[in-house]
Design a protein around this ligand. Structure first.
Ligand SMILES: CCCCCCC/C=C/C(=O)SCCNC(=O)CCNC(=O)[C@H](O)C(C)(C)COP(=O)(O)OP(=O)(O)OC[C@H]1O[C@@H](n2cnc3c(N)ncnc32)[C@H](O)[C@@H]1OP(=O)(O)O
Length: 543
């Protein structure tokens, strides 16, 4: 029996997989109709693919003419109804059996009788999908790997009903798209996931049973078995919800307890920690999807909320002790300072305690405050103030001793000491002048005025303002981003920026040259540059 010649391919689903399939099909010379829930999504995805093709041109991997011709073959369409003239439709919707059954029936109704219908499913029975159509012999599975343009494999899955000609035609189409084909009969997990999912789950059982840490399991697998990424990193990349769904299919359909999903996996999915796409799974990820090692960001909370975290000798002494401990902690890469409660970062030095102080006692208290400021400034790691309310007097000075400040929209700043007949005694005068300029510092110190977050942002006292409920999360994101950078480089940048403030520019520049040179030969410098050249994220170790 003759099968259809494939010229026009419909792709249903414009997510990561569908877009990848559309790209490789168009690159192979097929006219591609890309559909999603609406035309807008399909159009957006088409533009993204065109941009991707542009990048390949920039890299010299594709000629400009080829990219242009490929982009022209990509047509966004409003939906399944536009698949009437397609010779092959590849469904790449979410991995949900009810949804796929519905979409298969709809495609079948819209397509011409001799056209072929494939699913990119990674686990759902293709036989079941074929059975809801009037063309069961023309249905089969076409399981592409992620990312589609880079991965060489397509797993072709024969449904019980698939006709041999359908298989041959689809195999040729996949090969024309530059893929190597393996063939699987319709069995739970097919070939690839039958091997992969139990392996990922076994790594998760090892974490669950305390055999090893996620880091050790991934490093062990990578260095001992040589895959490009560890099983837990890969599970995070695939999506833990997807891994769980496939594990459940294997367990239910094969019925052997060796395929059961680990409780740890179920719990992570219940918590919404579904991996890289959700910002957290076995690892934590920043907004660019880069892995942030946990435990690298510390937080100090000034915790005396009934007195608006006013700084008495006990609190400042405790702060001094904790900062000395942090200096010895070789794992930390950034520190956040914030205040307990929702009213204050710190409403100043404790006025009740100061009211009875003698001159020498005030001197000792001021010196302790300065020692804390110096500790924060000279830590090798950045210290970020998350100002969640009042930062007045000593509280404002504490924030100024941090490397930079982010604040809630409710925050208030000021040096109101003149109201009490004193002046800032914890570095406020000089640090404020260096942060916002001498004129503004003078006005704030002479008037005792309290300013709001907007004004603090305008004069450069704070770097950013955020809704109160978002402040800590935003600051953690910034700290997490810093934690992914080379710790030695960040430490040198902090040192040069601080010391350079107090010396003439030529001396400051000399400091910079020395620090720059000192970083060469470090493991981190070699790793950072090798990672760039190898087109992979760097893994810095702080040596
Ligand atoms: C680290 C070493 C430092 C070396 C010395 C450096 C020199 C620094 C000097 C200073 O910092 S002087 C202090 C500057 N700060 C102020 O002047 C602000 C004082 N506080 C206020 O004006 C108000 O509290 C407020 C911030 C405008 C908030 O007013 P609100 O009506 O909302 O709350 P309160 O009822 O006033 O406060 C609740 C509770 O907290 C106590 N408290 C607030 N600030 C201080 C403080 N700086 N010292 C001691 N206690 C403070 C306040 O008395 C209330 O307590 P109770 O009355 O409920 O017991």
């Amino acid at each position: 029996m003759m099968t259809i010649e494939i010229r026009t391919v419909g792709v249903l689903g414009a997510g990561q997989m569908g877009s990848g399939i559309a790209q490789v099909a168009a690159t192979a010379g097929y006219t591609v109709k890309l559909a999603d829930v609406d035309l807008e999504r399909a159009t957006k995805a088409t533009s993204k693919i065109a941009a991707m093709l542009g990048k390949l041109v920039e890299k010299g991997k594709l000629t400009a003419e080829a990219a242009e011709a490929t982009a022209k073959r990509l047509i966004p369409v409003a939906g399944i109804a536009d698949f009437g003239d397609c010779d092959l439709v590849i469904e790449a919707a979410t991995e949900n059996v009810d949804l796929k059954l519905k979409l298969f029936a709809a495609c079948d109704a819209a397509m011409k009788p001799d056209a072929l219908l494939a699913s990119n499913t990674s686990s759902i029975s293709v036989t079941k999908l074929a059975a809801v159509t009037k063309r069961p012999g023309k249905v089969l599975g076409m399981h592409f790997m992620n990312p589609v343009p880079l991965m060489r494999l397509v797993e072709i899955v024969k449904a019980v009903q698939t006709e041999p000609e359908t298989y041959t035609t689809i195999k040729e189409a996949a090969e024309k798209m530059g893929k190597t084909v393996v063939t699987s009969n319709d069995a739970p997990g097919f070939l690839v996931n039958r091997i992969l999912i139990p392996m990922l789950c076994e790594a998760m059982f090892a974490v669950q049973e305390g055999v090893g840490t996620p880091e050790d399991i991934d490093t062990g697998a990578k260095l001992g078995l040589n895959p490009p990424m560890g099983p837990l990193e890969l599970a995070d990349l695939i999506g833990l919800d997807t891994v769980l769904a496939i594990a459940n299919v294997l367990y239910t359909d094969i019925g052997d307890t060796k395929y059961r999903a680990p409780t740890l996996l179920k719990n992570l999915v219940r918590a919404g920690w579904v991996g890289k796409k959700g910002g957290r799974g076995f690892y934590v990820y920043d907004e660019k999807g880069q892995k942030v090692p946990e435990g690298f960001v510390g937080t100090i909370t000034l915790n005396r909320p009934d007195k608006l975290n006013a700084l008495n000798a006990e609190l400042v002494g405790e702060l001094h002790r904790v900062l000395a401990e942090i200096r010895r902690d070789k794992d930390l890469r950034a520190l956040i300072v914030t205040g307990a409660g929702d009213k204050a970062f710190a409403a100043g030095a404790d006025i009740a305690a100061m009211s009875t102080m003698t001159g020498p006692e005030a001197k000792a208290f001021g010196e302790l405050g300065h020692a804390v400021g110096a500790q924060m400034e000279t830590l090798a790691i950045p210290v970020i103030a998350a100002v969640n309310g009042f930062a007045l007097g000593g509280g404002c000075e504490m924030a100024l001793a941090c490397d930079f400040i982010h604040a809630s929209t409710k925050a208030k700043f000021g040096q109101p000491e003149v109201n009490l007949g004193v002046i800032p005694g914890f570095g406020g005068t000089n640090r404020l002048a260096r942060r916002v300029g001498i004129g503004r510092a003078r006005e704030l110190c002479f008037t005792g005025d309290v300013i709001g977050a907007e004004e603090a942002l305008r004069i450069g006292l704070v770097n950013g303002i955020h809704a109160p409920e978002e402040l800590l999360g935003k600051v953690k994101e910034i700290a997490a981003k810093i934690a992914t950078k080379g710790p030695l480089a960040v430490a040198q940048a902090k040192r040069v920026l601080l010391r350079g403030l107090d010396v003439p520019l030529p001396t400051a520049n000399e400091l910079e040259v020395q620090a720059f040179a000192a970083l060469f030969g470090s493991e981190d410098q070699r790793e950072g540059m090798a990672a760039f050249l190898g087109k992979r994220p760097a893994n810095f170790v702080g040596r």
